[in-house]
Unconditional design. Structure first.
Length: 242
């Protein structure tokens, strides 16, 4: 009888030990093969808010949503439009330049803008309601006076990297979700570059707004993104954690 109890307890211990080892192996396998996801927050700055130098209608309304999803991601990064005062994308730096006029700047067509996001100005700063503590790293763009930079990854001529691509890949990120301002310019450019660089790329509609200089710019941007393979979503998918 005593021998039976010893055998029983030994079998129970051995089976449970194997079960725990099995679950540990499964956990490690899932962890090693997990698709790492990053949230890219594009240019949520004061100058792109209502009342700013280049206001995006209702641009401030996306901030609570962005804050609410930050902790769902393995990594959160932001981009920050950062221009010197003499930047050549500003109409004020061209004789008789007019806002909205398209000129040739180097080998790029360039829209002339109001002065905006001038380094260290109020308009350059992130909106006060954006949760900066939830952002792991920020990437500045547009500092070169001779070329604009819509994308969070490169200047418009693609010659200079902001370092965002290299950083994401160093963190084993394979999928990105993009939010921010404005949908029809910097968000679109960032999403298209992310796709070209090999990231599975998602746009979250609850987290972006279009400036719509022309009435259909936002709709046309969505069409272009979808045609190129960017996944357009209203919100994070149900299977997000798988």
């Amino acid at each position: 009888m005593r021998l039976y109890h010893i055998q029983y307890h030994f079998q129970w211990f051995f089976c449970n030990a194997l079960q725990h080892v099995f679950f540990i192996d499964i956990y490690l396998f899932l962890d090693k093969n997990k698709l790492m996801k990053a949230l890219i927050i594009v240019d949520v700055q004061n100058d792109f808010m209502p009342g700013g130098a280049l206001p995006v209608p209702d641009g401030n309304l996306i901030i609570p949503y962005i804050n609410s999803i930050m902790d769902k991601f393995d990594l959160v990064v932001s981009t920050q439009d950062s221009h010197p005062m003499d930047h050549k994308s500003f109409a004020s730096n061209h004789p008789n330049g007019k806002v909205g006029e398209v000129i040739q700047l180097g080998n790029q067509h360039q829209i002339l803008w109001n002065n905006h996001c001038i380094i260290d100005s109020f308009g350059w700063n992130f909106h006060s309601e954006l949760n900066l503590d939830g952002i792991h790293k920020n990437f500045k763009k547009g500092e070169n006076v001779d070329i604009d930079s819509y994308s969070g990854f490169f200047d418009n001529d693609k010659k200079n990297s902001t370092g965002l691509n290299e950083f994401l890949k160093s963190k084993n990120i394979s999928e990105v979700y993009i939010v921010g301002l404005a949908l029809d310019y910097c968000v679109k450019a960032t999403a298209l570059d992310a796709l070209q660089l090999g990231f599975k790329t998602n746009l979250l509609m609850r987290g972006t707004k279009a400036v719509n200089i022309h009435p259909n710019d936002g709709k046309n941007a969505l069409l272009e993104l979808e045609q190129n393979g960017v996944i357009i979503r209203m919100d994070i998918p149900i299977n997000f954690y798988l």
